[in-house]
Design a protein around this ligand. Structure first.
Ligand code: AP5
Ligand code: MG
Length: 196
């Protein structure tokens, strides 16, 4: 199994690059943001609760997303590997993910961390907000709140995986194809010395 975390702040291109990576490397894509938006669309109790937090740019509780990840891992036990997008987002989530993977005799192989300036993030998300219908893209205040949440809670995930020497930083600015080439180069190197 090959497991990758595609890491980066809101708007860094995790979703965009995930699509290209899963197709090239045959991984199963798990995006907690997409899973939560699907719960919102179905108007489940979980979705209704999550929407209130997401609309303010706040994270949803750890136990909610960990439960969703656990279900997803169970449902796709035969996957060649997983690409985690937007998860883990707190140290608690990172530790829990390690535990869940360990139970399945596997682990995270690499964390590819995309680096993008704050102004570029805000520009990308405001532009998407013109057409996406995503309520957390519509105004700059909520976009900046998401970035603050990232700085306060999510960046710590990098320290967790840096201790395991699994973090590789990648320049997340440029064209989508340029960034994909940078990510692919790193992935090819990690796969060549695949450890888990
Ligand atoms: P989530 O859905 O994960 O959103 P996010 O991380 O805030 O960021 P985005 O998905 O908006 O950005 P992205 O990095 O995927 O970039 P994208 O490729 O879309 O989470 C949403 C919310 O759900 C959270 O705020 C939280 O409330 C909750 N949540 C989710 N997971 C959670 C968890 N684990 N724990 C707790 N709460 C959780 O690109 C962005 C835009 O830029 C697009 O329009 C794209 O076309 C464009 N773009 C991409 N690449 C480029 C490029 N190279 N040049 C120019 N434009 C580009
Ligand atoms: Mg995304």
């Amino acid at each position: 199994m090959f497991n990758l975390i595609l890491f980066g702040p809101p708007g860094s291109g995790k979703g965009t690059q995930s699509e290209k990576i899963i197709s090239k490397y045959q991984l199963h894509h798990i995006s907690t943001g997409d899973l939560l938006r699907s719960e919102i669309a179905k108007q489940t109790p979980l979705g209704i609760e999550a929407k209130i937090l997401m609309d303010k740019g706040n994270l949803v509780p750890d136990e909610v997303v960990i439960g969703m990840i656990n279900d997803c891992l169970q449902q796709h036990q035969n996957a060649a590997g997983f690409l985690f997008d937007g998860f883990p987002r707190t140290s608690v989530q990172a530790r829990e993910l390690d535990n869940l993977l360990q139970k399945n005799q596997t682990c995270i192989d690499v964390v590819l961390a995309m680096e993008v300036s704050e102004e570029e993030l805000v520009k990308r998300l405001l532009k998407r907000g013109e057409t996406s219908g995503r309520s957390d893209d519509i105004n700059e205040q909520v976009i900046r709140a998401r970035i603050v949440e990232y700085q306060k809670k999510t960046k710590a995930v990098l320290d967790h995986y840096a201790e395991q020497s699994k973090v590789v930083s990648v320049n997340g600015e440029g064209t989508i194809e340029e960034i994909f080439l940078r990510l692919s180069k790193e992935l090819d190197e990690v796969q060549a010395r695949h450890a888990c």
